[in-house]
Design a protein around this ligand. Structure first.
Ligand SMILES: C[S@@+](CC[C@H](N)C(=O)[O-])C[C@H]1O[C@@H](n2cnc3c(N)ncnc32)[C@H](O)[C@@H]1O
Length: 281
């Protein structure tokens, strides 16, 4: 297994990566307000990838238990798609934080265009040191963002600090499914290098939540519903045979030698996705 220390993400560099990805997507006309995987409830679901991306946000909404009186923190908020959906579906107030200035500019523009700039505010900042007072939020959502942060335990401690007692945390994270292969699939290394990410240690997740003062409500392996199916949808039949479809090459999620392409992970069933719900007692 690759030494995780080699790939420890540096927040400023992650911010610059997402700045470039946001600007590239706008230039190439591939902009999507959701920067995350899809969620398909059943293997025979025919939902499009766009609908499945919204469905993932709805899965979070079902677990957060928020309403119009709630204040939600979207930790690693991307360009605001999930946060704006939470405002629309629940009436809650959302504050989003991202390490990418470009994403924050875009998210605030989308909030203004949707006429909800008074309910959805996005700000630049580092989740490793949240610029919020203790007990500021009724819920925290973190869709695919912890994998880019240098120290998950520190982030969880920060989340625990800013949650009110009884407040919920819902997150997705990536991990290597058991049994762990002796040699890691190269697609996982490509994901970690290209997107400046690390894989979580699933065996330590519950203890880590407990060490940071959070109580586990649910921990699910949602690989089949999310990453595996997203890989299939993005790469098509060519992806499943390991071929890299040329049409998707411009959609690389990285740059230069470290470029990552979704086809790198097509059919890799040890690249797992966790869905975790916890609460601050
Ligand atoms: C895969 S994107 C997910 C975006 C969004 N949650 C969504 O689902 O559309 C990862 C996000 O985590 C943010 N992020 C990564 N490291 C961060 C850090 N240290 N502090 C704040 N945000 C961070 C990135 O800027 C980006 O917005």
């Amino acid at each position: 297994m690759t030494d995780p220390a080699v790939n420890t993400p540096v927040p400023e560099a992650v911010g610059e990566l997402y700045d470039r990805l946001t600007l590239n997507a706008m230039r190439e006309g591939t902009f999507n307000p959701n920067v995350h995987i899809g969620y398909w409830d059943t293997p025979d679901s025919e939902a499009s990838i766009e609908d499945a991306m919204d469905r993932l946000t709805d899965v979070f909404i079902e677990r957060m238990g928020v309403d119009g009186a709630s204040h939600v923190l979207d930790l690693g908020c991307g360009v605001g798609g999930p946060g704006l959906r939470v405002v629309d579906r629940t009436g809650a107030r959302v504050t989003g934080i991202s390490i990418s200035e470009e994403q924050i500019r875009t998210a605030n523009r989308l909030a203004a265009e949707a006429g909800v700039a008074d309910r959805a505010v996005f700000q630049h900042g580092d989740a490793m040191k949240l610029p919020f007072a203790d007990g500021s939020f009724d819920a925290v959502m973190a869709l695919e963002s912890l994998c880019h942060m240098p120290d998950r335990e520190q982030v969880l401690a920060e989340i625990s600090r800013v949650l009110v007692p009884g407040g919920r945390l819902v997150l997705t994270d990536v991990f290597e499914r058991a049994p762990r292969k002796e040699v890691r699939h190269p697609g996982i290394d490509s994901f970690c290098r290209g997107l400046m990410a690390t894989m979580a240690d699933v065996d330590d997740y519950v203890p880590m939540l407990h060490r940071t003062g959070l109580r586990v409500r649910e921990l699910l392996d949602v690989t089949e519903q999310t990453t595996l199916r997203t890989g299939r949808e993005l790469t098509g039949p060519a992806g499943s045979s390991g071929e890299r479809p040329a049409a998707l090459d411009e959609g690389n999620f990285g740059f230069g030698e470290a470029a990552f392409h979704p086809a790198d992970l097509a059919g890799v069933d040890d690249f797992g996705c966790l869905l975790v719900t916890a609460e601050r007692p």
